[in-house]
Ligand binder design. Sequence first.
Ligand code: NAD
Ligand code: TYD
Length: 349
Amino acid sequence: MSSSILITGGAGFIGSHLVRLFVTKYPQYNIVNLDKLTYAGNLENLKDIENRPNYSFVKGDITDLQLLRNLFAEHKFSGVLHCAAESHVDRSITDPLAFVTTNVLGTATLLLAAKEAWDGVYDGKVFYHISTDEVYGSLGEEGFFIEETAYDPRSPYSASKASSDHMVRAFYHTYHFPVKISNCSNNYGPFHFPEKLIPLCIHNIINNKSLPIYGKGENVRDWLFVEDHVRAIDVIYHTGKIGETYNIGGHNEWTNIALVKELCRQMDEKLGREKGTSEKLITYVKDRAGHDLRYAIDATKLKNELGWLPSLQFEEGISKTIDWYLANTEWLNDVTSGAYLEYYNKQYS
Ligand code: NAD
Ligand code: TYD
């Protein structure tokens, strides 16, 4: 193995795609996936690669400094791809401290463990922090987030991610620690936990349950297929500059209501239901507290400097995503039973 890389949160949605890409594309890398397996972490997401010789899994918490020290000592990581986080805005509204613990304290602990292990020898080392466009706050009808946009987080989730980004940059400026950061727009695709809008609606359409739209459904998100996101991470990890931030996005803005109607249209076709059947499930519910109006990313820097572009048009990506959920109803049923049911009933009662 030419080098060992620690991926945190690799059993989650984006992390599992990232682990799969690195394990299969780079057999010369030893990939260690550290994940606490919260409700959002699921080893089923990695069934197809779990027996690869260059992959191993460790169950553990990124706030556990001693565990991190042991892992760095054992594997001599030269890279860290940090995905682990609490990631759902609605949960952050009811339990902000969980977000501070994992996203802020966890990131700081991981930085410290890597700094201790690398001990000032930073040549060939990379600490890559995976972040979100939500740190920039909420846009009006016009404009885009660029890398220099001032931070203006407005939910406990985005505030915790902003705080972790600041900590990562503080290590770069204070210790010349070798960091890279990317801030990406909303992702969608296979293995997306059905608490988020797209998989929640796919699940509910399959089961003829109502489709809860917050407020008037006019909020706008910029959606990117998850495989395009992890391809961008690969490019930035290998060719991006130390100390730099890169925005990742698909120039693919949808209001929530238009997006859900497109889902309904495609699912009626795929399920052989009469046109308009699923749209009848749309239900407007109480708005999310502090609901950000619009996110939209300008990813020009990534395109011009590193040559990355999204590969999929949205209608095609959504079609692939729906097909995956229809073919994997067992996965969907497994993750929507148990603790998730309790959350769902509380959130939407
Ligand atoms: P996710 O919730 O699906 O997965 C998070 C993973 O982290 C889970 O496997 C969970 O078990 C693990 N985890 C949580 N707390 C942990 C801890 N204390 N120690 C170790 N592991 C822990 O999240 P996701 O959607 O895959 O997001 C991954 C990263 O990408 C996050 O940092 C998120 O902020 C960022 N991001 C997400 C999106 C998106 O649209 N989902 C967009 C941009 C950026
Ligand atoms: P979500 O998938 O939670 O991502 P984020 O809040 O990180 O953007 O939500 C996407 C959009 O969909 C957001 O504007 C909130 C809205 N939404 C609903 O209208 N109903 C829902 O049940 C959920 C979960 C989200």
